[in-house]
Design a protein around this ligand. Sequence first.
Ligand code: ANZ
Ligand code: ZN
Length: 613
Amino acid sequence: MRFVVADPPAGCPDVLEVFTTRPDTLWGVTFLAVAPESAMGRWCAEHGPNAAAVAAYAEETKKKTEIERLAANREKTGVLSGVHAVHPTTGEKLPIYVADYVLASYGTGYVMAVPAHDERDFAFAKARDLPIRIVIQNADASLSLETMENAYSPAGTMVASGPFDGRNSKEAMGDLLAWLGDEGIGTAKVTFRLHDWLISRQRYWGCPIPMVHCSACGVVPVPRDQLPIELPQDVQNFIPEGRSPLADVASFVATTCPKCGAAAERDVDTMDTFIDSSWYHLRFTDAHNGDMPFDPEKARQWLPLDLYIGGAEHANGHLLYFRFITKVLRDAGYLEIDEPVVQLFHHGMVADSDGHTMSKSRGNVVSPIDNAREFGIDASRIAMFFFAPSADEIRWSEKGAHGARKLVQRLFALFTECAPFVRAMPFDVKGCDVTGGAVKGDSGASEAAKEVRRRAHTLLQRFDVAFGGEFALNTGIAGIYELLNAFPTPAVAAAAADADRRCYAESLRVLSLAMAPIAPHLAEEVHVLLGGEGSVFNAAWPQLDESALEQDEIEIAVQVKGKIKARIKVAADTDQATVEAAALADPDVQRAIDGREIRRVIVVPGRLVNVIA
Ligand code: ANZ
Ligand code: ZN
């Protein structure tokens, strides 16, 4: 918002731009306040009509920290600059104060003061008998200057506000901003504000803050060769009232000042656990380093992390903090990366069968441990992954857990019975080529055996996509069922012709490896059954044979405005409408369309979809 300075003397700023979150209170502005360090504050201290007083005040302000200046309970001080500004709508002359509750580093360093609706301005105005003007009325219109003891800051009805009289301050905001723009008074802008992160906690758990308080030197950091400061072991009371538990441990508190050697006290607070969760992943790159948290060279080799999996509830906590710490360590030369992790994946919440999110306070939590005891770890995992894509909310159901247990049992029986003939087939772990390179794929196999192999590679492809970052593991698990449904009985498979038997063996190998991430115990057992060496987790991931999928999947190019933007895969017999829908749903295509209106979609069967947007 712009405030013109009345008859600015030579050299004095002639316009003050203020930052406000409450343009609806414009008509209630009765003075302006500027930071001593702002351009206006500095000019007033050097050349202003009241230069001596302003200069002395600015000198005093230097001794205060920003935290002290902003403290709510502090007396609001300030001095008159002797210069005035003009109210943009009423033309009234408003005094400009130089006041330390305005910070130079925030917004523009200039504030339009509205005593009736801002607490700090109210305190300032009260102490000096400055005019207070109510421009937002509460619901029962009971605000009055005579009875007001605090500023009224909520939204309400705009009063004494020119063309906006009678309107709700919140609802009028859009119109108001447009009006202010038209009148040349102000412009709307989206700004982001970072809340300070208070890292100190009055708790035992957490790292001690390595600072010493000396009455002569102030706060002095503990020198590096005395780190780490360890928590005392002889704490008597872990939850004292209103102070840190460490404050009562005299042997911990008493120390000497690293600077002057006089008796001094250790800081008794501990650090927020978010501090450690912001950097512990770095320690994993160099866990046995006794000299430093991690060697930058090791961190360089490992980082950034590939994937961060966490719930959205971390969005304004840990996710910000560990990025800050990364950037600080980068600036300090310990890291080369700008961001700690490449991909973020928010998993869905777990709800009960009625759709209520599980929470301790609701008392509807199904304990994963109890569940694993009853159904087994693998079945519990399969059940969780099968309910829905991992990004979505899942509804827990006992039935699902029973089904998953059945699946585990069915798989184990199948692998046990087929193991003898599968073991007898030559096997190349890397490519899952059970022919040892002699015969490729399914040549010579029956349609039924080809179909089994196709289903095995289909589920592999789905897991490949899922582990590539989408985590829709449910489709891969559905693929396991599809494979089992097409699989012959073990006796039939074992007695089949060579070419068919190769398909069956390969399919089981693919499945045994692909299911390892979701059913690790079963996969490990099966790996041994099939003659695998070592752990399944050291075996190579199976290689997808795209040609195995070919039979009934075709790739269709999607053009937007004449350029190929994506290739989608659909079953060969998919009808045109479904092909069109799949093309339009593709994220790359969506991006290319970019919200434009779609005028026509042309489908060339089996080859191309052309979107005219
Ligand atoms: C007029 C007003 C009227 C305000 C009202 C508030 C209430 P947040 O939301 O925390 O960002 N402000 C602007 N710059 C400042 C600075 N450099 N130092 C101190 N205070 C500053 O706060 C935004 C509000 O903080 C702004 O909106 C401004 O006061 C004040 F009923 O403007 B307000
Ligand atoms: Zn000292």
